[in-house]
Ligand binder design. Structure first.
Ligand SMILES: NC(=O)c1ccc[n+]([C@@H]2O[C@H](COP(=O)([O-])OP(=O)(O)OC[C@H]3O[C@@H](n4cnc5c(N)ncnc54)[C@H](O)[C@@H]3O)[C@@H](O)[C@H]2O)c1
Ligand SMILES: [Zn+2]
Length: 365
């Protein structure tokens, strides 16, 4: 088992990464809550084979265990589910000393974390991350949220977890589509911060797709370490550093928005976005053509989308979504662009004509 520490304004917390951690959950959680505290396991019915052994282990440690199931999919990140969970906590007498244990992917931890942030003005929660996306990204950093009909993540809070447990053995059952949904994020960490991670992915792309646990464990540890470092230094996104996590996301959100979500998973849209960002950087002379090719080869070998050809997307439609996103940030077009593998910079005032050209080059119509 590997343990990382994340700094946060509410005290630091640990991330445990390894195989077979669920069955040892009781011992890992023991220091976080008082003996005999009530714990609400928040999960999804389909994850029973994961939360049940964890519940048994917590029970053996003397915790009083309750369970609460969320529906599958983004619909769980709603006001309705926030109130339903809050009222279930209240009905079972949960107090400030008690807590929530979120077992699942980003959907479960975003809803459970936001409920923990506001129930009785804040109780503690543990993230037991079961998707690759959750293990490398959403379970770490304390961003929690629900959606509004008008858009995703429009209500939320910075509320760091008290502990993160990432048992890589559970990734075995992850559908290929969900694996792909997270791999874009992993490539991103390599490009923004780690030449070694990038090389590890290049060397092991087949093993990754086969879900080789030894390789996945390394990838989760390095990626989680990068995210932990960034959010530890810029918890509230005020110093700019956390912004580098948006590499590939400005173009990626443009693609997702123009598609009205659904035809590509998030990681594929991010991969296409990273290709456009790299082309833009090369056109501006900020990085070599070799970087663009190297990134493309890796993206293709991980079976992600490197181009948006065949999607019949209008360049103008992608740009419009990107500009709408930008308006919220005072109209400045900022891009995170690669300089070399492992290093990016924030670039402002990029000519719109060049952005348009790059989208066309990627296959925008
Ligand atoms: N808070 C953050 O910092 C942050 C960061 C990135 C994304 N997010 C949010 O995360 C969400 C996406 O998270 P996600 O990709 O984990 O999706 P998800 O939570 O919906 O999980 C995907 C699907 O996989 C299933 N699943 C989970 N673990 C499994 C396992 N081990 N085996 C088989 N199936 C399993 C789930 O039941 C679900 O149906 C989005 O709502 C996004 O906004 C939050
Ligand atoms: Zn992302």
């Amino acid at each position: 088992m590997k343990t990382l520490t994340v700094k946060s304004s509410k005290g630091s917390y640990k991330i445990h990464i390894g195989k077979g951690l669920l069955a040892r959950g009781g011992a890992l959680v023991a220091g976080v809550f008082e003996p005999r505290a009530k714990l609400m396991i928040v999960s999804q019915k389909s994850l029973a084979s994961y939360y049940k052994p964890l519940a048994a282990s917590l029970n053996r440690k003397g915790f009083e265990i309750h369970t609460h199931m969320l529906p599958r999919g983004e619909v769980a990140k709603s006001g309705k589910e926030l109130f339903r969970l809050s009222r279930a906590l209240l009905a079972r007498g949960f107090e400030r000393k008690d807590g929530i244990v979120a077992v699942g992917g980003g959907v479960v931890s975003d809803l459970a974390g936001f409920t923990a942030a506001v129930y009785l003005r804040g109780i503690r929660y543990v993230n037991v991350a079961t998707t690759l996306l959750a293990q490398v990204d959403s379970a770490i950093g304390g961003k929690t949220a629900i959606d509004l009909p008008e858009g995703k993540n429009l209500m939320g809070a910075f509320h760091p977890p008290a502990l993160v447990i990432s048992d890589v053995a559970v990734l075995r059952s992850l559908p290929d589509r969900e694996l792909r949904a997270s791999l874009g994020e992993v490539v991103k960490y390599g490009v923004i911060r780690s030449q070694q991670l990038f090389a590890l992915l290049e060397k092991n792309s087949k093993a990754v797709l086969r879900k080789d646990l030894r390789v996945l464990e390394k990838i989760v540890a390095v990626s989680a370490g990068i995210k932990a470092g960034v959010v530890g230094r810029d918890e509230f996104e005020t110093r700019g550093e956390r912004m580098i996590l948006n590499y590939g996301h400005t173009f990626g959100h443009g693609v997702e928005g123009a598609l009205r979500y659904g035809r590509l998973v998030h990681g594929e849209a991010v991969a296409a976005g990273m290709m456009m960002a790299a082309q833009l950087a090369a056109a501006l002379g900020l990085c070599s053509r070799e970087l663009v090719w190297r990134q493309m080869r890796l993206i293709v070998s991980l079976k992600l989308t490197a181009s948006i050809k065949n999607l019949r997307l209008k360049t103008g439609a992608i740009l419009k979504v990107m500009m709408r996103d930008k308006k919220k940030r005072k109209g400045v077009l900022n891009f995170i662009l690669p300089r070399r593998i492992g290093q990016v910079s924030v670039e402002k005032n990029i000519p719109l004509s060049l952005v348009r050209k790059v989208i066309r080059l990627a296959g925008g119509e």
